[in-house]
Design a protein around this ligand. Structure first.
Ligand code: PLP
Length: 363
């Protein structure tokens, strides 16, 4: 077996023990003589798996009792429509505020504009989103239904360190590229969502953590399968749920618990990120971090080579060392190392060693 270190932004690396367990029990899940993807979602076995997954997620996240967990089709971008459809009616003005720290917040704002007023209250676009923009939330209009942020900016490699206190106005956060990677006080939020394909499992489904009082306000034209009330009333199974995604997420959560849970994972992630940021900062200018230091992401590390003509050579040689998918997004250029929970410390160390060696040979 020749497993590589996959630094791709998502779908991303999953923990090896999770993949092995899925392989081991694929043909005969729970002694039923069939795989988990052949079992009815209405069976007692699957219902039990779903409930256990809820409980694990709640326990590991430290999710307060007044939150529901919903599993919604269509992954993160479908939420860009679901959120305004469900939350804009919280206030008569049907207005949402966006603090734009990157590509995904911009896309979310454009989608929300189809359903009501979507207002950019702050943006760091002028500096190519290399930091989180400053914004005084006390200046928000009282008729704002919710505030939308992206907690970790996958393309640009920045993150919110502290979250704003928006008071009575619900704070909505896209945590697709960092859910379960650091300790979060969910009491600060009205809704948190994430596509699973980075820290939690396969693509195609979103986990939505929503304060219960925010359910049940959807616009009348909201498609049934985008209405949070439909999911809340039917244990996320108004129709056939993505059973395989739930199963994989369950295995990933068990693995996370075995690692010591989110607080332990946060420490490991900080250590992993430091290994690579040190390789950038100690390279005497050969590599340059793309994000401002105060806002550096622990999940997506973006950097450029001072001499961009070496980019292709860097990527080719890295691949030869088993370091895969390091090419940065075209809007930033250079490189991006996505190091979600499943990336081992050894992967980060191998990359840092390769970077130092490459700089020595090409500097
Ligand atoms: C922060 C963030 N939001 C949303 C998305 C879109 O996710 P999906 O393709 O699952 O809709 C991504 C994908 O990378 C992301 O990183």
């Amino acid at each position: 077996m020749n497993r590589i270190f996959n630094f791709g932004a998502g779908p991303a690396m999953l923990p090896l023990p999770v993949l092995e367990k899925a392989k081991e029990e694929f043909l005969d899940w729970k002694g039923l003589g069939m795989s988990v993807i052949e079992v009815s979602h209405r069976s007692a076995e699957f219902e039990a798996l779903l409930t256990e997954t809820d409980n694990l997620l709640r326990e590991l996240a430290g999710l307060p009792e007044n939150f529901d967990i919903l599993y919604v089709h269509g992954s993160a971008q479908m939420q860009f429509a679901a959120i305004p459809l469900n939350l804009m009616p919280l206030k008569p003005a049907h207005k949402a505020a966006f603090i734009e720290s990157g590509h995904w917040t911009v896309l979310a704002r454009k989608e929300a504009a189809r359903y009501g007023k979507a207002v950019t209250v702050a943006s760091s676009e002028a500096s190519n989103f290399n930091h989180i923009p400053d914004y005084d939330v006390s200046t928000l209009d009282a008729d704002t239904s919710y505030v939308h942020i992206t907690s970790n900016n996958t393309l640009f490699g920045t993150r919110w360190n502290e979250f704003p206190d928006t008071g009575d106005i619900p704070l909505v956060a896209d945590m697709t590229s960092e859910l379960m990677s650091r300790v979060i006080d969910y009491n600060k939020f009205g809704l948190v969502f994430a596509g699973l394909q980075k820290n939690l499992g396969p693509s195609g489904m979103a986990a939505v953590l929503i304060r219960k009082d925010l359910i049940g306000h959807a616009m009348p034209q909201t498609p049934n399968l985008l209405n949070y009330d439909t999911y809340a009333k039917n244990h996320s199974m108004p129709n056939t749920i993505n059973t395989f995604a739930v199963y994989m997420m369950n295995l990933v959560l068990h693995w996370l618990k075995d690692q010591g849970g989110v607080p332990a994972m946060e420490k490991i992630n900080a250590h992993k990120a430091k290994i690579i940021y040190d390789a950038i900062d100690n390279s005497t200018g050969f590599y340059r971090g793309a994000a401002q230091k105060d806002f550096r992401s622990q999940m997506n590390i973006t950097f450029t080579l001072a001499n961009s003509e070496l980019d292709k050579k860097f990527l080719d040689e890295a691949q030869g060392h088993g370091l895969y998918a390091l090419k940065g997004h075209r809007v930033v250029g250079g490189m991006r190392a996505s190091i979600y929970n499943a990336m081992p410390v050894a992967g980060c160390q191998t990359l840092a060693d390769f970077m130092a060696d490459f700089a020595r040979r090409n500097g």
